[in-house]
Design a protein around this ligand. Sequence first.
Ligand code: CA
Length: 228
Amino acid sequence: MNNKKILLVEDEPGLVVTLSDRLRNEGYDVETASDGKQALGRASAGDVDLIILDVMLPFKSGLDVCRDLRSQNVTIPILMLTARSQIVDKVVGLKLGADDYLTKPFDMLELLARVEALLRRPAPSGASNAAYQSGTLRVDFKSTTVWRDTQKVMLSAREFQLLRYFIEHRGETISREELLKNVWGYESTPNTRTVDVHVAWLRQKLEDDPKHPRLILTVQGLGYRFAG
Ligand code: CA
């Protein structure tokens, strides 16, 4: 039995009931918040393992909540819920540090699969030291903090795990399937595009010139190679 705690942030009462019932049936502890302010308070208080965050909320949008949490260095995985018409929000959400998103209306089994994948910790690797440095890039694995020069870089939990995996396997060619399996915990391969999107965000945040990356290189037809 897992006793992971999920914070569900949604203002539609019907959906709150349906979702929390289902999640509790799966063995999760569920806390709910119906607006952005409440959500920030609960999430910053700690002991939450995952946040399901609706974008359309009263007072403070899900996007603002996401950005505020990441800027406070809260690295709890965030699954964002967007409406079909909010394609822009989806992109902005990932940029602000959400780890994954689902478009409403969604299939309940799909939601549970995403939740499970986000909660699964990546396999611990003995290879990682406490810190890593290459050029202007500096990573502290203990505090999960990343700097470029003196500038702190905001990464989502998934982006950080991806960066860590790259660093631990630097110099190796890594396929998208391998990344999905070891960083995302996906057994089957639902969509390798997820990897490309996250690599693109990492490059935006870490590379001097994201269009001509020097850290995370594309290996044509095979995957990626970390050259730091
Ligand atoms: Ca809503």
